[in-house]
Design a protein around this ligand. Structure first.
Ligand code: XBP
Ligand code: MG
Length: 255
């Protein structure tokens, strides 16, 4: 039985990357007079590196123009500016919640499940996004909120999920994670947490292994693997998740 839903943020709750983080990274480069910009396709490749500062460091290492001893300080400053820009962008034009997300959060709350945020993005980014969608009291909806600052190893390491389980006081099999990427799914699995994957823009073709279900989004019942067992209209419900969780038929999807 599922007692808690563990929600990933970027890509799962909202499509935050292309119109949020990417724009903010480029604003940070411009604000420091740096001549380079990331385009949407390059950013898609960079997303293989989880964590914004780690992504910056990786990209800096590919450039000859910045001496290595400056990478650490520069990546910290760029990341600080990027997160400030991201919060401003989200305030101006919040990326909408993906369809079906709000409905499932409300259904889970109405049925008494605990819910948690399990992300390795920065806390300020989570705060900015969720405050826009759920108001100033957004954190009361979640029994635990684990962010990048709370872990020493980001996804695909299991630390964020393990920490969440400890905060909730639940064993992994009493929970279900919802993720959008191979790294997120691998993190959940490494913590023995069953995971459902809702594919997002940048991870539409990711090779995903060992999810209990993989599909295009929570708003539709078509296109899921395995298909929801129960016939119905509309989006994925808690009963669908419970059924996949109970069957625990591990599926993989190779692009
Ligand atoms: C998504 C990420 C993050 C964001 C940038 O994590 O990989 O690094 O792209 O955020 P998740 P930061 O899907 O687990 O939320 O700059 O704060 O790292
Ligand atoms: Mg994600």
């Amino acid at each position: 039985m599922i007692e808690a839903l563990l929600w990933d943020v970027d890509g799962t709750l909202a499509e935050t990357e292309r119109d949020g983080h990417l724009v903010a990274f480029n604003q940070a480069f411009a604000s420091m007079g740096l001549p380079w910009r990331w385009d949407a396709a390059h950013y898609g490749r960079l997303l293989r590196v989880t964590g914004g500062r780690e992504r910056l460091l990786w990209d800096l290492r590919q450039r000859d123009s910045i001496p290595v001893h400056e990478h650490d300080a520069l990546s910290r400053e760029l990341h600080r500016r990027k997160n400030r820009s991201y919060a401003a962008l989200v305030l101006q034009a919040p990326p909408p919640l993906r369809p079906g997300v709000a409905e499932l959060i409300d259904e889970a709350a109405a049925r008494g499940l605990q819910q948690a945020i399990v992300t390795t993005t920065s806390r300020s980014n989570v705060q900015a996004l969720l405050e826009q969608h759920f108001g100033a009291g957004w954190a009361r909806r979640f029994a635990a909120v684990v962010c990048g600052e709370d872990v020493s190893a980001k996804k695909p390491e299991p630390e964020a999920h393990l920490r969440t389980l400890a905060l909730l006081g639940l064993p992994p099999l009493a929970t279900l994670a919802i993720e959008d990427s191979a790294a997120g799914a691998a993190a959940a699995r490494a913590a023995d947490v069953p995971v459902v994957v809702t594919r997002s823009h940048y991870f539409a073709d990711d090779v995903i292994e060992g999810a209990v279900a993989i599909g295009p989004g929570l708003h539709q019942r078509a296109g899921w693997h395995p298909q929801p067992a129960m016939a119905g209209e509309g989006g994925i419900t808690l009963d669908d998740l419970a059924d996949w969780h109970a069957r625990m038929e591990l599926v993989s999807h190779f692009g």
